[in-house]
Design a protein around this ligand. Sequence first.
Ligand code: SAH
Length: 457
Amino acid sequence: MSKPAPPVQKNDTIEVTFEDLTHEGNGVGKIDGYPLFVPYALPGETGKVKVIKVKKNFGFGKLLDVTEASQDRVDPPCPVYVQCGGCQLQHMSYQLQLDMKQKQVKDAMHKIAHLSDVPVHPTIGMEDPWYYRNKVQIPVGQDGERLKAGFYRKRSHEIIEMDTCMIQDEHNNRMVEAVRRIAEKYGVEAYNEEKHRGVLRHIMVRTGQTTGDVMVVMVTRTKQLPYAEQIVEEIRETYPNVKSIVHNVNSKKTNVILGDKTTVLYGDDYIVDRIGDIEFKISPKSFYQVNPVQTKKLYDQALAYADLKGHETVIDAYSGIGTISLFLAQQAKKVYGVEIVAPAVTDAKKNAKLNGMNNAEFFVGEAEKVFPWWKSQGLDPDVIVVDPPRKGCDEELLKAMIEMQPEKIVYVSCSPSTLARDLRILEDGGFETQEVQPVDMFPQTGHIENVAWLKRK
Ligand code: SAH
């Protein structure tokens, strides 16, 4: 029997009752079984919807009016929430955000990993899920004599001006505004993307939330930043806790924010932050978790799952600047980290020294290549920790992990679907998933972080 034609047509206006939410936070309503995805609609609500796209098996609509609102509907506090697109979940209560993230992980465990019985715990949320990001990168544009700084409009490169981003650390917000104002005062021209002309492209600010250290990076198309000395002087006068002012040159036509050349205009080429008892030096280009408060909770959970007694050999794959490795090294005999970005490994080594830890060793390379080599050298880990990018672990790496037969694996993941895919492979290779803990690292947005714990069967 062939499928019936969709029961709606483009531009129809209909009343829809919503039953579910997608991963992106869209409401799902069904019309005679045909799913319609509608941004900003919540489960339990009824609303007037204009149909904007009709495909064979599903369609999209625009919410015109909510006729019966969910108890979980809240007024998005940010005035540019809808235009900006950086946040997707501000219209729902924080509790619903956490529940939705847990459900998404459960679904992935069920549908992709075929592990319906593995406990997926309630998402660990933030006490105050606002003003949490420690790093901001804001594009700069020209508006007559004025400079404007703000995020891009959803699916465009039009800059939406704003005073405050409500998921950014207030230091970052104030610093961006100060740099914008000072650059404007000295007549620094904004970069024009279409013509590939002009000067100032982005303002990047990073804050060490435990130390109060602030780093400012001004990214220009041109080799020179005009009035650099005066600008630095004024930034320092305005914000005495600025520890580092950096000029980065990016002359390319690209969406990548930072270019290759970095010059320190004032202070150090790094700032310091702490997670738990460990200090980290962070350079302009290093990957560093954007929500350190939640990172601490994530790492504590990873450490609890590793359950180290002090005699263990541990491998930390995808180790970045060594954050998880050094956390583990507090309780293990020896930790080996592997990371593909060489400067991050240099940072990791410095960070080990900075904390007086000499039981962590770091290697540059692809984890999937270094593991087989380690095995050939007789390295026999008790615990393996992985924290891959969104695409998950390389298949070769999973194979090597299975061959190494550690007692435990702790898998930190920013993508429920690739986590579930890899857990299936590890299960088939002789490991058993014990539990999964979602941690909300990115409140108000659809991103989800997890830590999973496996034992050898
Ligand atoms: N564990 C760190 C970093 C996690 S982000 C932290 O919590 O801060 C993932 C890291 O994997 C990045 O630093 C990225 O550079 C690195 N990476 C990506 N592909 C890799 C590969 N094939 N082998 C090793 N590292 C890789």
